[in-house]
Design a protein around this ligand. Structure first.
Ligand code: PMV
Length: 361
């Protein structure tokens, strides 16, 4: 087979009903590496021009003696345990294609890595999307989501644009724990997302370890799967009716419910910082004074706030938020599209030498 470079771009996603906690062996789960979630979740894919993008090139070649991975210009150590777990998805794809050739992967993110902004989601989605195409695998996005989930749980939702559901599924082999699109990116144009960066620093505890500790030690977490499933039903109805108030209430409730299980973890996990709290109070204040839900805040495994609002209310939110000191940057995003296959001219790999192309993003 001739070496074929495939280059793709993908986007992160923001969960409106969160995933936090994997099923353990025996809990409808035959292998914890499958990343099977305790509850279903729902996200929107984020699009912000040239910001918030992962661009990845993949080539499988008989000339390579081992897998190589470059992220943001730096060669990564594939002996690293966490990276090896993420690369299990590539192993699965190789098995499906019936090949054993090694891969060169070159990837860039245009947003702060590991700051709770889910760069791992778009990164892993880019990796499996590009790798499946490079291997000539003709599998649909839902089937690919099953494999992408092994690399990073939330990544399976970045294989689609618009509003995306990741169904927890019931089968121990994970074959029904897949993501699918509820509505595409054109469904609700009036929605906008303001991402408030309160620190670009790497988070203190990875979501992988954090989730493990929460599942093992939080009493509150025992209630979480049932609550999240109820939130999923309610938010799906709200989105179907384009009822922003109902959707906004669930977004805030669900984020805080997840963070309360983190706080109840031993040792406690505290991702929010003082500025995150200021943002919560500011939005609560605005909603209270307007007697409606003007904005809805949510936080992942980090202190950066994402505020979801209608475009017509953006100015109101911004003037409120601008009173808060310490927000480093605000990125505006819309509900965006899924992965894109890019042309050969956008490749990040020098095919002759099988090395990353310098100065190319
Ligand atoms: O799949 P991970 O390890 O990126 O975990 C994602 C966890 C949250 O971002 C906090 C919630 C979510 O559903 O995206």
């Amino acid at each position: 087979m001739e070496d074929k470079i495939v280059t793709v771009s993908t986007r992160p996603n923001l969960a409106l009903v969160k995933y936090w906690g994997k099923r353990r062996k025996g809990e409808e789960c035959e292998d914890p590496f499958l990343n099977l979630p305790q509850n279903s979740s729902l996200s929107i894919t984020l699009e912000s021009g040239k910001d918030l993008l992962t661009k990845t090139s993949v080539v499988f070649s008989g000339k390579l003696s081992k897998d190589e991975f470059y992220l943001d210009g730096k060669k990564q150590d594939l002996e690293d345990k966490e990276l090896q777990e993420r690369f299990l998805a590539i192993k699965k794809l190789r098995e499906l294609a019936g090949v054993n050739t090694k891969a060169l992967v070159v990837s860039y993110n245009t947003f702060p890595t590991a700051s709770g902004l889910a760069s791992s989601a778009s990164g892993l989605a880019a990796l499996t999307f590009a790798a499946s195409k490079a291997l000539g695998l003709d599998i649909g996005s839902e089937r690919l989501s099953e494999i992408t989930r092994i690399g990073s749980g939330s990544a399976c939702r970045s294989l689609f644009g618009g509003f995306v559901v990741w169904d927890r599924g019931r089968k121990p082999d994970g074959s029904d724990s897949i993501a699918w699109q509820l509505f595409n990116e054109d469904y609700w144009h009036e929605i906008t997302i303001l991402i408030c960066i309160t620190t670009p620093k790497k988070k203190k505890i990875s979501s992988r370890l954090g989730m493990k500790n929460t599942v093992e030690s939080s009493e509150f977490f025992k209630l979480r799967p049932k609550i999240a499933e109820a939130h999923l039903k309610q938010i799906t109805e709200a989105i179907k009716k384009k009822d922003f108030s109902a959707m906004g209430r669930i977004i805030m409730k669900d984020a805080m419910n997840m963070h309360s299980t983190m706080l109840d973890t031993m040792p406690p996990i505290i991702y929010l910082n003082d500025i995150s709290k200021e943002i919560i109070y500011a939005i609560e204040d605005l909603n209270e004074s307007e007697k409606r839900i003007v904005g809805a805040y949510t936080f992942d495994a980090g202190p950066n706030a994402c505020i979801i609002c209608m475009k017509s209310d953006k100015a109101k939110i911004l003037s409120k938020i601008n009173e808060i000191k310490g927000i480093e940057r605000i990125i505006e995003a819309k509900v965006g599209s899924g992965p894109k296959l890019l042309s050969e001219s956008e490749s990040l790999i020098d095919i002759k030498n099988l090395t990353p192309l310098q100065n190319k993003k």
